[in-house]
Write a protein that binds this ligand. Sequence first.
Ligand SMILES: O=C(CO)[C@@H](O)[C@H](O)COP(=O)(O)O
Ligand SMILES: [Fe+2]
Length: 220
Amino acid sequence: MPGKTTLLAPSILSADFTNLKASVELAEKAGADWMHCDVMDGIFVPNITFGSFIVQAIKQCTSIVIDTHLMIVDPDKYIEDFAKAGSDQITVHLEACPHLHRTIQLIKSLGVKAGVSINPATPVSLLEPVLADLDLVLLMSVNPGFGGQKFIPGAIKKIMQLDAMRMEMNPEMVIAVDGGVTEENAAMIVDAGADALIAGTAFFRAPDPVAAAKKLKGLE
Ligand SMILES: O=C(CO)[C@@H](O)[C@H](O)COP(=O)(O)O
Ligand SMILES: [Fe+2]
């Protein structure tokens, strides 16, 4: 799409946690559009990360969009905490929400943009009943739980399918892709229809994160 700028969201999971402030400032300086905060509970995914206190600390370090990715069961219990912590958008997993429509309405009622994520094995067609209500869909291109995994190629077809669905139902909705995004595959993911790229390893572990951000955003 001519004139389209790819949004970049570095994942804090791969940042230097001994100096979170410097990591967030580096992302902002590099032109990041969102700060992606990966919250894991050790139940929905086999790993535990952090809660709303850390999101609040990240919010205090930056003025860019705080993009909170909840990989937790029963997210309704914690959504208000993450909204109060300063999340501008909150994404829950379809697989973790028995009453997905209610959860989306809860996020929106707090004045926060609502996103839904799906795992690699979940078909995009399951999003159809809620698509018109969403601000973003976060398509997982790895099985959630860890940074540094390899991109699952089947995600490309799902991006295309979702792109076609949103044209009809919700053209303003953002498609974000999360997991294994690299400088090498970024263009292919964007060409398939993605608007936003989540990148942990490819940004924070790059020898030159500022240069990596330009490449990931397709500016170089
Ligand atoms: O949600 C997740 C993992 O569950 C992601 O946000 C990863 O943290 C992205 O890391 P890389 O694959 O880019 O290293
Ligand atoms: Fe994530």
